[in-house]
Structure formats: structure tokens, C-alpha cells
Design a protein around this ligand. Sequence first.
Ligand code: ADP
Length: 483
Amino acid sequence: MISSIKNKLILTLLLLCTSIIVITGTISIIVLDNFYENQIIDDLKIKTNEIKYFIGIPKGNNEDAYEQLQKLTKEGKYRLTLIDSVGNVIFDSDIQENELGKLDNHLLRSEIVQALESGVGVSKRFSNTIKNEMQYLALRIEPRLPLNSIFSKAYFIRISIPLNKIKFATNEVKSTIIILCSLAFLIIAVVTFIISGKITHPLKSMADIAIEIKKGSLDKRISYNSKDELGELATSINSMVDTMNEDIVQLKKLEKMRREFLGNVSHELRTPIFAIQGLLETLLNGALEDSDVRKDFVARALLNTKRLDTLLDELITISSIETGEMKMSFRYFNLQEFLSQSIFEMEPLAESFNVKLKLEKIDNNIEVYGDKEKLKQVVINLIQNGIKYNIPKGTVVISTMKEADQIKIIIKDSGVGISEEHISRIFERFYRIDKERSRDMGGTGLGLAIAKHIVEAHGNKLEVLSELQKGSKFSFTLQRSKI
Ligand code: ADP
């Protein structure tokens, strides 16, 4: 409990305030005591001077001077002692004249010693005579009183008052100070509780939400909009969770794609393997005897092994592209020669599909920059698709278009076309509009995904325009030499 920030804050603030209040209170009381003490000493000084004046008046026929002086001091509520130069008490307001002889010699009293030395002496101590804590002030009479004065022998005037009187006067002020200090402490304590609560409440809710987030509730956000440091912290935590959320969405998407890809791969691998297995089993179960069937089955099994080979090749290519391991080797090469060669290689396939391949006229001195082998794979794939998804007697036209320092390569077919809903997805791995048709033609659904990556590795985009039943137009640009 003590370890919570709120408690620490409260404890620290209260300790601090208590120390300040106690120190201030104590200092005030000490200052007050000193002030009163000084005030009393000043007061006593005035009184001693009054006494000095009184005892200095000529004796005349003033026979009861002792009594008169006693009366005077009684009114002033203080004790007066007159002491001669050798320390004998010659007057004491609290003692009758005939009792004076019983008193000790006063010459060694602290205030008298001081007064002898410097004229005035002050001391505070317990009086055995009065049985009380007393404040004393002694004054040395200099010059000496005239010989005819009433107390001509007096050398020291000493006045004292009980300290409890001073204490009584200051106690009231002291208790007011103590009450005020306690009140200040109470107010500070309440304010401390409120402020600590206000400061630590958002911290507590932030901590709670952070725990929730840690447990996986990424939809939780801290609602603290103040423009202070805590507000900044809340905003940072919220945006951190936002980013985490987005990252997790991304990761989940990637994970889903990975799972789908693995599912697709195993499915694609299984299809030709099962086909081969079926053919071989049928052969073993007797078809081997029939020479026509045997030849056909073996040919079909071979075709499936070729499909497996193509599939594995393309899988290796796509994984090397996606892991960034695909090495590119850029150089200039002749475009016309490159396209003619590609068309030449595709001629047998085109013939088998009864599709015409056509290369539009192109300058034979145009050099383009890129990885020739990989671009060949792109062009072959695009021509192959143009042939495969075409109609009998259809055409695939390969043309070029100069653009500033680039040249566009266009492969246009008169085939089945691609509808709007499929067009954005045909570049995805394994995406095939008509699975059966694609598979029948030895397609893997990876060709366009690979082609797109290769074109992008050249810093360009593989684009497509298509219209159902009319045909498709695939194009990409390459950097060309300036001739
Ligand atoms: P596949 O091995 O199936 O040809 P691709 O990645 O090359 O794989 O193409 C993906 C899909 O896009 C094809 O299955 C096909 O449905 C569609 N497609 C590609 N090229 C064309 C085209 N020229 N005309 C119509 N459809 C096409």
C-alpha cells in the first residue's frame, strides 16, 4: 500500500509541510518569547530609572520612606531590592525592614556581578525567596546618590518579576500560533489528498489499461486529454497501441496469406502426384497389357511430372523473390532480337492453339536495360497466357511504344478477356479465374505473380487492360538507350 505513488506523494508532502509548519511555529514562538523578554527588560529599565529618581530625593522629614517605597512597588506588581556597594540588601519590597538582616549577601548574584562590571545586569533564574522563576534586572547607580537622599547607601537597584506572568501573556499568542499551524496543516493535508488523487488517478488508470493491453485487449485506450506531461504520455501510449494494433492486423494478414500459400502449394503438388499415382495403379492393375492404353498412360504420367517440375521451378523462383534472394543482372540488350526470339520460342504453342503470333515493326537498334533472362520469363509468360486464354484463330500482337527515355512493351491478345472483379487479383499467387482451364493448360497460377515481381524489380509496373470477350492488353516499360 505504502509503495503506491499516491501514498508516497502524500507522505512526502505531509512530511515536508509538517517540518515547515513545526519549524515556522517554533521560530515564531522563540521570536515571540525574545520579543516579550526584551519588552519586559525595557520595561524594567524604565522602572529602575523611576526608582532611581524616587530614592534620590532628599530625605527631609520623610521618615516612612521604606513603607512608601514598598507601596509603590506593590502597585507596580514587581519586586524591588536595593543593595549597597558591599552586597547587603537595604530594601526589599517583599520583606519587612527588620527582617533584612536574615538575607544573604547579594554581591555574587549574576545580575549584580554584571551590573558592577557594565552598569546593567540581566538574569533569569529561580528565586528561593519568592519560590518562582524570575526575570531580574540590576542597575548600578552611578554617580552615587546624594548623601541626604532617602536611600543614599543604595548602589544597585534590582527589579524582578515572576516569569510565569510573562509566560501567561505569551501563552495566549502561542496557542493562537499552534491553532493556526494545526489549521494550516489540516488544510494542506486535505489539499495534498485531493491533488495527489488528481495526479495519480490518471497514472493509475494508465497502469490499469497498460495491464489490460498486456493481456491482449488492444482495443482499450486511455482517456486523459489534458495538455500536460501526463496527457502526452497518454497520447503516446494510445498511439503505440494503435501502431501495435495495426502491426498485429498486418501480422495476422501475413500469417493468413502464409497459411493460404502453404495450403495452395500442397494442393498444387498433390494434384499431379495423385494423377501419376492413379495412372501407375491402373497400369499395374492390368492396363499394362494393352499397348495403346499403356503408351497413353505413360505419356500422361510424364506430362504430370513435367507439371511438377514447372511448379517446383516457379515455387523456387517466387520464394527467392520474396525472401529477397533473387539476384538481378542488369545490362543493355537488343529489344528487337529479344522479342523475336521470345516469339520464335512460343510459335509451336501458338500453332497448337491455332493462334497467330505477330510482332509489330520495331527499330532494330533499340537497346533496353534490364535482366534479360528474367525479362524473357515475363514476356514468355505473357505471350503464353495470350495464347492459352485465346480463341481459335485468335491473335497475340507484340508491339512497342517509345516514351521519352523508356519504351513500352505491349502484349495484346484477342482472347477471352478478364472481368473487372478478377483483374485486380490475377497477380496474386495461385489466383486463377478458371482453375480447370488453367490446369489443363499446364498453368500453375504463379506466372503473373512472378512476372509482376520481376517488372517491379526493374522499377516499373506491370499493367493490364482487359475487356471480356474482346481480349487483354498487358504492358510494362523498360529503360532504353538514347539513340
Ligand atoms: P496461369 O498459370 O494460371 O496462367 P498466371 O499467373 O499466368 O497463371 O495467370 C493467372 C490467371 O490470370 C490465369 O489463370 C487466368 O485466369 C488469368 N489470365 C492471365 N492472362 C490472361 C489473358 N491474357 N487473358 C485472360 N485471362 C488471363
